[in-house]
Design a protein around this ligand. Structure first.
Ligand code: C5P
Length: 227
């Protein structure tokens, strides 16, 4: 059976992380969180004391850094940044770094290499539009701004020490959505051929089931073409 490339895009708090992880486990595919790559690069930019708009230096850093984006720990140049990249400061720094076209070009190329053999669920903002425009399955997850803020505020990976105030998260989320949607380089948008799913009032298992059905249909269509 062919190993597919599955692209899951959408804004923060839409459910990409949870859905992609479960989906990859069900299919025995690799799961790649492309946002973690932008976050890890942003972490190193701050750690190295670079300016967030120093495009040539950040592009070089992104090209040369050793990145381990496995399902467990996330490492950059040997530093385990799994927890350190889920802070409001890195939320902002990652969105700033992601505006820089030369940095995007470097990370997009690295993402394409990671998915070259298929058998991958990659989540992000531009996976179906830019990274893998010919992905076998493209899903665009979204949810209402209130629900996305509520999820983010209760996500232990993002809440650090304790629960964050939903109103504060909502304001930061709105600013980041705006930055992601209005940047000149690869703004967040659904690919024309992506299947949109509004997860506002859906349970994770129902979203996963719906996506698995779409994947299944793709595999069956493949089966008809192959021997
Ligand atoms: O998904 P996550 O919130 O971890 O992504 C962090 C930031 O990285 C986003 O705000 C976005 O600016 C950027 N990003 C991107 N393209 C991707 C994934 C993330 O621009 N494919």
């Amino acid at each position: 059976m062919r190993a597919l490339i599955i692209a899951i895009d959408g804004p923060s708090g839409a459910g990409k992380g949870t859905v992609s992880r479960v989906l990859a486990a069900e299919l025995h595919y690799r799961h790649i969180d492309s946002g973690a790559m932008y976050r890890a690069v942003a972490w190193k930019v701050l750690a190295d004391g670079l300016a967030l708009d120093d495009e040539p230096a950040i592009a070089r850093l992104a090209a040369e850094a050793r990145l381990d984006i496995g399902d467990g720990a996330i490492r950059i140049d040997g530093h385990d940044v799994t927890r350190a990249i889920r802070t409001p400061e890195i939320d902002r720094a990652a969105a700033a770094v992601a505006r820089l076209p030369r940095v995007r070009a470097v990370l997009v190329e690295r993402q394409r290499q990671l998915g070259a053999d298929g058998g991958i669920v990659m989540e992000g903002r531009d996976i179906g539009t830019v990274v893998f425009p010919r992905a076998d399955v493209k899903i665009y997850l979204d949810a209402s701004p209130d629900e996305r803020a509520r999820r983010r505020a209760h996500d232990p990976a993002h809440a650090g020490g304790g629960p964050l105030a939903v109103a504060e998260v909502a304001t930061a989320l709105e600013a980041r959505d705006r930055a992601d949607q209005t940047r000149a380089a690869s703004p967040l948008m659904a690919a024309a051929d992506a299947v949109p799913i509004d997860t506002t009032s859906m349970r994770v298992e129902d979203v996963v089931r719906e996506v698995l059905e779409i994947v299944q249909r793709q595999l069956e269509a493949d089966g008809g073409r192959e021997e």
